[in-house]
Design a protein around this ligand. Structure first.
Ligand SMILES: Cc1cc2nc3c(=O)[nH]c(=O)nc-3n(C[C@H](O)[C@H](O)[C@H](O)COP(=O)(O)OP(=O)(O)OC[C@H]3O[C@@H](n4cnc5c(N)ncnc54)[C@H](O)[C@@H]3O)c2cc1C
Length: 558
């Protein structure tokens, strides 16, 4: 006799009934209208690991979700009648890393991904149940390190940090082996002639060994991206998946536009590296940038936006319509309208050897990943703005002491009042005004820092191994090659900021003036931090991303 009780073989951290809810007969019937009923035999594989995702609801019998490994396997979960398969990759279309197999003969409803997307866009009750289960299941997979990527690295290597951040910010589960802690791993690498120069190593899908891979190589190997159909002219191509780009994607796709988003790194942009955003409307206790970005990313995919990761726009072909975006890997994406949401890049310390320590003692974001690297150590945060303030408060929870360095003689001019108060009241934060870093020392990793007080000229050397640089940003506009008008600092001018002289100089061809967020090139918009005059906040980036969509509709009708 077959046991049809839904079960999960090992302990789970999330509530079972939310991870594996049982649908009512009426809900199952609504899903059945979008799929096909079919009989399954015990042992039949419905989807193999590495194949494109498909969705199943069990109506009789059992389906097991299996993690395959060489010569062995682990049953991760079992779904019984009324329960369904799938996790976040059902929305993204990425290949799955688990096998789905009938563990008892019975019947399932099979639904193709595009039909499932149509269903979640129209049936809000089912959308809530499925989305919640998909997201919780992904969180569970990450918590249990169940995935198709193994990272072998060292906490002294900047490449390891880069890859950890890339996988984490893409919400991709992975296992990590640390060479510094596990001597057996070093033996294994020696055996395979993997040298120090090859570190970090990513073992992808249990098969391919990538030596110090780029983010793009990892994205390709793990199947993050579908191919771009280069003949398809999109209604809208969005460059950048920070808050502004993701908001444009959510509003554009939900209002019926055919949207493609190209992101050079990982979703979330600068906000993704924020440990806690406390001033975004609707989150009174704050939300981490990573979590906010993850939600927006899933939401954009739910509405059908195609989002490609580790794809950097290299050139805007703007001499004729339709415009096209040329990518660093040679691909091309034609578009009727373009939204530039490429944000800004952090300013670096102006010290000769800073590049040597980036990722190995010098960081530009303070997330959980970095905070674990400097647990119980003294750290420095450089900068007097809100991002520096947040980083100091966040790092003070886990570090021995945070030295906060500002070049001016106080914080008041550049930081929100609530943060100034928290810094002043926190005994673990040592605010050092009129102070700058004058040299960095170390070999593989930062070991020491020399500081100078600008007022007294006195220098001191401290054994500090971690510096967080939060000193503002410069716009990502170099790739635009003169297609749109920039201001003196390189930010993109839009709307009423474009004077009649600007429009004459750039040969604005229309009788109407540019829309609010339109650049000097008709049909090309700029939103968020990349735009001249933008208020550099998550909320304003999100607002601008959504406002631009209204203008995109208008220009598509022109
Ligand atoms: C540490 C930190 C903490 C912060 N905390 C707060 C806060 O608490 N509250 C608040 O309101 N604001 C905060 N901010 C500011 C806020 O994050 C930014 O204003 C916001 O992220 C801007 O959004 P954006 O989408 O315009 O640009 P970004 O967030 O910069 O995103 C731009 C995206 O474009 C991508 N990109 C760049 N060039 C290309 C290219 N050529 N092709 C494709 N993609 C490209 C980048 O990889 C990036 O993902 C913080 C910023 C930082 C750095």
């Amino acid at each position: 006799m077959t046991d049809t009780t839904p079960s999960v073989p090992s302990p789970l951290t999330a509530a079972l009934d939310r991870l594996f809810p049982t649908l009512t007969p009426a809900q199952v019937a609504r899903i059945a209208a979008h799929g096909d009923r079919r009989q399954v035999q015990r042992g039949e594989v419905l989807v193999e690991a590495g194949e494109n995702p498909r969705f199943f609801v069990v109506t009789a019998g059992n389906i097991e979700i299996v993690r395959p490994a060489r010569g062995t396997e682990e049953v991760v979960a079992v779904c019984g009648p009324g329960q369904f398969t799938g996790e976040v990759n059902m929305l993204s279309g990425r290949r799955g890393f688990l096998r789905i197999r009938a563990s008892a003969s019975g019947e399932v409803i099979a639904v193709e991904r595009e039909h499932l997307l149509a269903l979640v866009q129209t049936d809000s009750e089912l959308s809530d149940i499925l989305m919640r289960a998909f997201i919780l299941r992904r969180v569970e997979l990450i918590a249990r390190g169940i995935g198709d990527a193994v990272l072998v690295g060292s906490s002294h290597s900047s490449g390891t940090l880069r890859i950890k951040e890339f996988l984490t910010r893409n919400g991709h589960p992975y296992s990590y082996l640390d060479l510094d802690r596990d001597a057996d791993v070093q033996d294994l690498l020696d055996h395979f002639h993997i040298t120090v120069a090859d570190i970090p190593v990513v073992i992808c899908r249990g098969e391919l060994v990538l030596r110090n891979p780029s983010n793009q190589q990892i994205a390709n190997c793990l199947g993050f991206n579908e191919a771009i159909d280069q003949t398809q002219i999109r209604d809208l191509v969005i460059l950048g998946a920070g808050p502004a780009g993701l908001a444009a994607a959510v509003y554009g796709a939900s209002e019926g536009l055919d949207v493609l988003v190209l992101e050079s790194d990982a979703p979330g942009g600068q906000a993704g590296s924020s440990s806690k955003i406390e001033n975004y409307l609707g989150f009174p206790t704050g939300i981490s940038g990573h979590e906010l970005a993850g939600r927006a990313y899933t939401q954009a995919q739910k509405f059908g936006a195609q989002i490609l990761i580790a794809k950097c726009a290299k050139r805007l072909a703007c001499d004729r319509k339709p415009y096209a975006i040329e990518l660093d890997d040679g691909e091309r994406a034609p578009a009727r309208a373009v939204i530039i949401a490429t944000g800004a890049l952090y300013r670096r310390l102006s010290l000769d050897n800073v590049a040597q320590f980036e990722g190995a003692g010098v960081y530009y974001g303070a997330t959980f990943v970095e905070s674990q690297l400097c647990r119980d150590e003294e750290v420095i945060v450089v900068g007097g703005g809100n991002s520096a303030g947040q980083a100091a408060v966040f790092l003070a929870q886990t570090s021995k002491c945070v030295h906060m360095l500002v070049r001016s003689d106080g914080l008041a001019a550049s930081m929100s009042r609530y943060l100034i108060r928290r810094i002043e009241e926190n005994p673990a934060i040592n605010l050092r005004t009129c102070t700058e870093i004058v040299s960095l020392e170390g070999s593989d990793h930062l070991e020491r820092v020399q500081l100078r007080n600008k007022r007294t000229g006195k220098t001191e050397t401290r054994d500090i191994r971690h510096i967080f640089v939060m000193t503002g940003a410069v716009p990502n506009t170099a790739w635009l090659g003169g297609c749109v008008l920039l201001d003196a600092k390189g930010f993109i001018k839009t709307g009423t900021d474009l004077s009649p002289e600007d429009l004459a100089a750039t040969r604005w061809p229309l009788t109407r003036p540019p829309h609010l967020l339109e650049t000097s090139l008709p049909g090309v918009f700029a939103v968020g931090d990349v735009r001249a005059g933008a208020i550099k906040r998550v909320a304003s980036a999100v607002g601008e991303g959504s406002i631009a969509i209204a203008s995109v509709h208008q220009i598509l009708r022109e």
